[in-house]
Write a protein that binds this ligand. Structure first.
Ligand SMILES: C[S@@+](CC[C@H](N)C(=O)[O-])C[C@H]1O[C@@H](n2cnc3c(N)ncnc32)[C@H](O)[C@@H]1O
Length: 263
């Protein structure tokens, strides 16, 4: 795939999400899409997931709130010769969308962001990191065909072995089969919050850690047409980095995986 996006060091609020091996690139490789399927990609960013689906022969609708992302995604689609297979919409979540789909993909902003902290548009997941994920899980069933699938990457707080996002999955897809891959092993939440928030927002951290103990990084595929079951798949190893398989690894990898970013 021939892609351009903003670099990780770009500081603007509306910078376009770079492509990381253990996130968008992994998602793009694992999209479950059939030829001629109708696909909806929410929060398309650089367009990587929409383009991957279009390259498999799907007809795609791609939405983003960020006009800069839409403009990068359109140019990336043209670069990869699938511009005519993707309709781009500027808007908020599922609001601009009509119709039914075979597959919905979403890699939402999922960084835990205390009220008042201004993160990038692509990373601000609200106070539990699940703000957009929660909305998509609630609204997706109305836009999925009976055998439709929803695929999502998300970081979720949780307790013990139980990610909060999986409770939401069950609430909105009570009968579905769910495949779930931990992209790093579940990790204690508090040290991660203290590191990422640099010791600030102590009351916020105390409150969140009174409800949750653990942080999960999950790739989830929901099969609404298949019988209720949860399958946990093995954590993949990431070829390009010797730091794979842990939170610390992910943070260090962020510095080294800029393979697709504009130089
Ligand atoms: C983590 S990035 C993912 C980009 C791309 N899908 C990928 O996997 O590389 C999240 C994207 O969601 C977009 N976004 C954030 N809030 C949104 C909303 N309410 N509706 C639509 N898009 C949103 C951001 O602008 C950003 O492009």
């Amino acid at each position: 795939m021939n892609m351009r996006t903003d670099s990780l060091t770009d500081q603007r609020f509306g910078r376009v999400f770079p492509i990381f091996e253990d996130e968008s690139a992994y998602f793009a490789k694992n999209i479950q899409v059939d030829r001629r399927a109708d696909v909806l990609d929410i929060g398309t960013g650089s367009g990587i997931l929409a383009i991957a689906a279009a390259q498999e022969g799907a007809e795609v609708v791609a939405v983003d709130r960020n006009p800069r992302a839409i403009s990068f995604a359109m140019r990336n689609a043209a670069r990869n010769r699938v511009r005519s297979k993707i309709r781009f919409l500027l808007g908020d979540g599922l609001e601009p969308v009509a119709g039914m789909f075979d597959l919905i993909t979403c890699n939402p902003p999922f960084n835990i962001t205390p009220p008042g902290q201004k993160g990038a548009l692509f990373s601000d997941g609200g106070p539990d990191g699940l703000r957009l994920a929660r909305r998509i899980l609630r609204q997706a069933p109305r836009h999925l065909r009976p055998a439709g699938k929803l695929q999502m990457i998300v970081m979720s707080p949780g307790t013990g072995e139980r990610p909060a996002v999986m409770d939401m999955v069950r609430r909105h897809f009570p009968h579905a089969m769910v495949e779930c891959t931990s992209l790093f092993p579940p990790t204690p939440l508090r040290p991660i919050l203290q590191a990422t928030l640099k010791g600030r927002y102590p009351a916020f951290v105390r409150d969140l850690c009174s409800r949750y103990t653990t942080y999960f990084y999950l790739f989830i595929t929901i099969h609404s047409g298949r019988r209720r079951e949860v399958r946990w798949l093995p954590t993949p190893s990431f070829r390009r980095s010797r730091y794979a398989g842990s939170w610390e690894g992910r943070v260090r990898r962020r510095r080294v995986i800029l393979g697709y970013a504009r130089r």
